[in-house]
Design a protein around this ligand. Structure first.
Ligand code: FAD
Length: 306
């Protein structure tokens, strides 16, 4: 099912992102984690492509497993770094043949750390080039990335927003954001995107904090700032995993409740292939959700037009 068909019902979406497991051990853990999600009946799940050194085949295999064996509505991520027209056509046909309706189209990053992306052999240098190409030739619902704290390469938020508009005009049907820990970045970004005439849904990407060390690393990589209040809560407990888990879960519940109550169109959870936090978080939110669901079914738009 196309994700835009869920939007047409004016429903919020709840989705979970995975990456392809690297070895047998992580494959088993992945299976257990993915299985736990089945009872939650998410709007869709997604599988990353190429990130962290995973191969195209691993990614597509996971997409196939999710979509055709586990019967999730699955969105395949895809990046254009180094991809030729021929490869893109082949890969899009493969996804089409698998029955996939949704793709998340991204530029990707340079295989060499801290280097800018090499020029693409066929001139497909930005996500917008890929989105345009796929929109013109295939019938996918297309998601794209958005950066509430600005993409790290963009010289300014203004230029990043202009480029976001180019992605929307090229055919992106919706956006999912990079993780962020302070909702003010999301609301500011949303307002600015609306001012630029971008009407598509912008779904917040959420990462429940499982490990203080790991989250500091992600924050460095992604540019998502960790507010001082979170450091203050976590620093004294950093060597106590169960305390960190509890603090992380409480923070995520607070963050997600605020987003939903104020009109965010759904939540996309970065699970890092560890579904426990995402499942616990989702179940917590769902306690209030029957009421919220009814409320938002009527109108998903307390103050956000989407
Ligand atoms: P783009 O939209 O192309 O933007 C990249 C940079 O170029 C930005 O600074 C932008 O402002 C600038 N730019 C864009 N268009 C133009 C233009 N026409 N002229 C000049 N400058 C321009 N990576 C993976 O490898 N695999 C994944 O599966 C994956 N999944 C992701 C999922 C989400 C939701 C997000 C937010 C990111 C994901 N990423 C993934 C990371 C992503 O590939 C990187 O953040 C990458 O650096 C940028 O990708 P993009 O699609 O946003 O690029």
């Amino acid at each position: 099912m196309k994700i835009t068909d869920i939007f047409k019902k004016n429903q919020k979406t709840f989705s979970f992102e995975f990456f392809p497991p690297k070895d047998l051990h992580s494959a088993v853990r992945f299976g257990v984690n993915a299985g736990q999600l089945m009872k939650l009946d998410p709007s869709f799940v997604s599988v990353t492509y190429g990130a962290g050194g995973s191969s195209r085949d691993n990614s597509f295999e996971m997409v196939d497993l999710f979509h055709n064996d586990m019967k999730f509505n699955c969105m395949a991520h895809y990046t254009c770094v180094n991809a030729t027209h021929e490869k893109i056509a082949y890969d899009m046909r493969t996804l089409q043949d698998m029955g996939i309706d949704n793709v998340m189209l991204l530029r990707g990053d340079s295989p060499e750390k801290n280097k800018s992306c090499p020029p693409n052999p066929d001139g497909i240098n930005y996500a917008s080039d890929l989105i345009r190409l796929v929109k013109q030739n295939y019938d996918f619902c297309i998601g794209a990335g958005a950066y509430p704290e600005k993409h790290f390469e963009a010289p300014s938020m203004e230029e990043d927003l202009i480029n976001l508009r180019i992605k929307a005009d090229a055919g992106a049907d919706f956006f999912v954001t990079q993780m962020f820990f302070d909702n003010k970045y999301y609301w500011d970004f949303l307002n600015k995107a609306r001012q630029k005439g971008i009407k598509a849904r912008i779904i917040p990407g959420i990462i429940p904090i499982n490990s203080y060390k790991q989250i500091k690393k992600f924050s460095e990589i992604s540019g998502a700032k960790i507010p001082e209040s979170i450091h203050k809560k976590m620093e004294p407990k950093k060597d106590n995993p169960s305390e960190i888990y509890k603090i992380g879960l409480d923070l995520a519940i607070e963050q997600c409740s605020d987003l939903l109550e104020n009109g965010a169109p759904g939540l996309h959870f970065y699970t890092l292939n560890r579904s426990r936090a995402a499942v616990d978080l989702y179940e917590h939110l769902a306690k209030d959700w029957d009421v919220l669901k009814e409320k938002y079914k009527q109108s998903c738009t307390p103050h956000v037009p989407f």
